[in-house]
Design a protein around this ligand. Structure first.
Ligand code: G6P
Length: 466
């Protein structure tokens, strides 16, 4: 069996002292442990200059190779092109996307530098799996340095509709770079369709069969691999957590009132201001719930150096104050807004206590919080998930109350429906969602992708090429 080389922007090197980690980090670490391998990327730290050589940390059969980023690289590559251009563009926020030649140059420079540092670590029959929008050019850079074996790429975010992508001055090179991989995976059919649309209509490529795209002189296997959550982990955590400190204390403060919960990184794609507006509409239109229900929004700070993230934080503080001022009472607060970070185990307990899970992004690749909320529920008394139709998760979790997050009246009605729904309907909807969550676990996702990566002919022959 060949080794696996994982490349992602952020690498969390496990350390005995660190808090429990979960999710993707664990799933990929497990895959690396099976046959040995390397996990390469940014250490998450900045320095005056980008490190000359990666720091190598060996833990069992896995080597973590991480680089500290210099301030210039961090600003232009991470804060700049990745998070002020690609992120908003991929989430359909052309109004927030900034197009700076300097940041684009920085993005290409860091990708090329990463390839320089990674190249000597790759052995001939390693499989290479690159993750997310920060590192799209990585495959092309590695090919240019003679890497000939199977390389896969998975996009965790949405892939935007062609008309949106065309606004990016460097769209052609970006898509050409994606075609340097042998396997390109997307979260949903929508994303895959958008990619193929671009390839066919803009790049004059073609589909050779249901999954193989021919473009830019290469053959690329394209497929949908919806990401999931760890099998059994949230269920066990939620069951344990309700008996423990934080969840117990939360339950006491609720005083038999209902709780609605939202948990998101503080990001404009998550639709938090729109959610607050919908909650306000709910208070207005369903006065019987006043004093009987609270909404808790947990929104840990994220990418705080990017101006658009500072702006949304200010906006949320204003809105939360306004709603509590308008509807709150001396013994009841409608909205609890926290930017504090909680461990996943604690959140699992909070989810289980919440009658309604509110996941209403304006656009989201998948949204694992939706799946975690479902997995955390008590099977006998499950809560109700209110889910944006624009989250990738809506494709699988179609038994949720699906909403359009821009439609405040519609979301307010769904919040009400979630609170008054019969136990029977709650159970039916939950069972249907839970089946999907179990079936398509994080482990299953990883294995499906790696199986395809193992099976593609490498490099994929270009049929009909002269
Ligand atoms: C999204 C991206 C990930 C990223 C995460 C956290 O889920 O798809 O690639 O790691 O956000 O963002 P951060 O900028 O803190 O790494």
């Amino acid at each position: 069996m060949s080794r696996l080389v994982v490349v992602s922007n952020r690498v969390a090197v496990p350390d005995a002292q660190s808090a429990t980690t979960g999710g993707l980090a664990v799933a990929l670490r497990d895959a690396l442990q099976t046959n040995g391998g390397i996990w390469f990327g940014w250490s998450g730290k900045t320095a005056a200059h980008t490190a000359e050589q990666p720091t190598m940390t060996e833990i069992g059969p896995v080597t973590y190779a991480t680089l500290d980023l210099g301030r210039k690289d961090y600003n232009e590559y991470y804060n700049g092109f990745a998070n002020r251009t690609l992120w908003p563009l991929f989430h359909y926020r052309l109004d927030l996307a900034e197009f700076s030649h300097q940041n684009y140059t920085g993005y290409l420079r860091v990708n090329s530098l990463f390839a320089d540092k990674l190249r000597p670590l790759i052995e001939d029959d390693d499989q290479v799996w690159v993750h997310d929008y920060h590192l799209i050019p990585m495959g092309r850079e590695l090919r240019a340095r003679g890497v000939g074996q199977a390389m896969g790429f998975f996009l965790h975010t949405p892939f935007p509709a062609m008309e949106v992508l065309l606004a990016l001055p460097s769209h052609a090179l970006l898509v050409e770079s994606l075609c340097a991989y042998d396997v390109v995976g997307f979260q949903t059919e929508n994303d895959l369709r958008a990619f193929r649309d671009y390839v066919i209509h803009e790049a004059k490529g073609e589909m050779l069969d249901d999954q193989t795209v021919r473009a830019f002189g290469r053959l690329v296997h394209t497929e949908v691999f919806p990401i999931g959550i760890e099998r059994g982990q949230m269920e066990a955590a939620a069951e344990a957590a309700v008996e423990q400190g934080a969840a117990r204390r939360l339950e006491r403060t609720l005083n038999n009132r209902n709780l609605m919960i939202g948990v998101d990184r503080l990001d404009y794609s998550k639709g938090i201001p729109e959610r607050f507006r919908s909650f306000e509409r709910f208070m207005e239109q369903y006065p019987a719930h006043r004093g009987q229900v609270s909404m808790m929004q947990i929104a840990p700070l994220s990418r705080s150096e990017v101006p658009e993230y500072k702006a949304i934080r200010d906006q949320l503080e204003g809105l939360a104050g306004y709603i509590n001022g308008r509807y709150g009472d001396f013994d009841w607060m409608p909205l609890h807004y926290l930017t504090k970070n909680f461990q996943r185990e604690t959140l699992a307990g909070f989810f289980r206590l919440s009658r309604v899970g509110v996941v209403t992004p304006l656009r989201d690749g998948m949204n694992l919080v939706a799946k975690e909320y479902v997995a955390s529920q008590d099977p006998n008394y499950p809560g109700v998930l209110v889910l944006s139709r624009f989250a990738g998760a809506a494709r699988e979790l179609d038994a949720a109350l699906l909403v359009n997050p821009y439609d405040h009246d519609g979301v307010a009605a769904a919040l009400n429906k979630g609170l008054v729904m019969s136990l029977e309907e709650r159970r039916e909807r939950w069972q249907s969602m839970m089946e999907k969550v179990r079936e398509n676990s994080l482990e299953a996702w990883r294995e499906r992708f790696l199986k395809v990566l193992r099976s593609v002919p490498t490099p994929m022959p270009v049929k009909g090429a002269r």
